[in-house]
Design a protein around this ligand. Structure first.
Ligand code: TYM
Length: 342
């Protein structure tokens, strides 16, 4: 049991490795906007994580602004929450090195995201991709963050962060120096949205790196594009069931109903009591209308913000200063604890 007594603090991050999509929005950013009213919140654009796989330098800068703009367009207020870029706060890298020496190879060997991303040719993956979750633990713990809003796919990385925090506290006899951070997977609408699947394959996660443009709804998509993608989304020939149990073995149907539920704030059971017995010919237009209603205004605001990179740069720079004011003293304490000269 952790006896950590420090303040509750939220940290999360998103990689600037592609366009922000509906999975990122429902699994993560929507919760950011909810949490900023309750907690001290810190939202990071994790550019150092992004370069664990190749990124074109010019595009990386653009995408860093895109993620910052997406946070703000989705309701994060940079005056309330700290919005910053990871590479702007050097404490992340400093703590990550110490954590590289705390984490065990066996722990990293179990990480499924590395296996998925590295594929068969893992010998050719970067060392950074392998130690990615160690840097993630540093992102969180350098702020002594207690709560981390993420989608379901980040559960294993959060467990590793807890293991690293626990081992550091134990090895250095520094009881409760670091909190054991909790993932926040559910939002105000329960766990709807915690795992959004590709529109082309109900067994694959919706992902920035999907080669098919039609697999993802991006926050930047306009109403027309959103409606087209939903029309083309893979489904099946059956009518929708009247109860959630009837979605078993129908991953594409379950995903589309899940998206409707997450955006409407209803449960899957409520959605099915409305649409049960109807085919996708009727359900898809209703879904398209809902997605357009909720996402298109965010897209419009996103485009407005992206047209002003000087504003976004100033948000990130001010945010990085505020973040460093929390993180630098923590790194200093860590240096003392491990026996570095300070
Ligand atoms: P990234 O950029 O891959 O994903 C960002 C956030 O979006 C969530 N997410 C999804 N949620 C539901 N359905 C999906 N299909 C979907 N795809 C992505 C992710 O769970 C995540 O919350 N490793 C992190 C980045 C990170 C981080 C951190 C997060 C770096 N340091 C510290 C929290 C705290 C990631 O996967 O980013």
């Amino acid at each position: 049991m952790s006896g950590y007594q420090g303040p509750m603090r939220v940290l999360s991050g998103i990689q600037p490795s592609g366009g922000m999509h509906l999975g990122n929005y429902l699994g993560a950013i929507r919760k950011f906007a909810e949490l900023q009213h309750q907690y001290d919140c810190n939202f990071c654009v994790v550019d150092m994580h992004a370069i664990t796989v190749w990124q074109d330098p010019e595009k990386l800068r653009e995408q860093t602004f895109h993620i910052a703009a997406s946070y703000i367009a989705s309701g994060v207020d940079p005056e309330k929450a700290t919005v910053f870029h990871q590479s702007g706060v050097r404490a992340h890298a400093e703590l990550a090195w110490v954590f590289n020496c705390v984490a065990r190879l066996g722990w990293l060997d179990r990480m499924t995201q590395f296996k998925d991303k590295a594929g068969k040719n893992s010998e050719r993956a970067s060392v950074g991709l392998y130690t990615y979750p160690v840097l993630q633990a540093a992102d969180i713990l350098v702020y002594k963050a207690t709560h981390v809003p993420v989608g379901e796919d980040q559960k294993q990385h959060l467990e590793l962060s807890r293991d690293i925090a626990g081992k550091f506290n134990h090895d250095y006899n520094a009881a409760d120096f670091f909190p054991l951070p909790e993932p926040l997977i559910k939002g105000q609408f329960g766990d709807a949205g915690a795992r959004i699947m590709s529109l082309r394959d109900g067994a694959a996660k919706m992902s920035k790196s999907d080669p098919s443009e039609n697999a993802c709804i991006f926050l930047a998509d306009d109403a027309d594009k959103i409606a087209k993608k939903i029309k083309k989304a893979k489904s099946d020939p059956e009518a929708l069931p009247s109860e959630a149990a009837g979605l078993e073995g129908r991953p594409e149907a379950a995903n589309l109903v899940g998206i409707y539920a997450a955006l409407s704030g209803k449960s899957a059971a409520e959605v099915l009591s409305e649409f049960g017995g109807q085919g996708f010919g009727a359900f898809k237009p209703a879904l398209a209308e809902l997605v357009v209603e909720k996402i298109a205004p965010i897209g419009a605001e996103l485009r407005r913000l992206e047209a002003d990179p000087a504003f976004l740069q100033s948000v990130l720079e001010k945010g990085a200063e505020r973040a460093a004011a929390i993180a630098d003293p923590v790194v200093r304490e860590v240096k003392e604890i491990v026996g570095f000269l300070v």
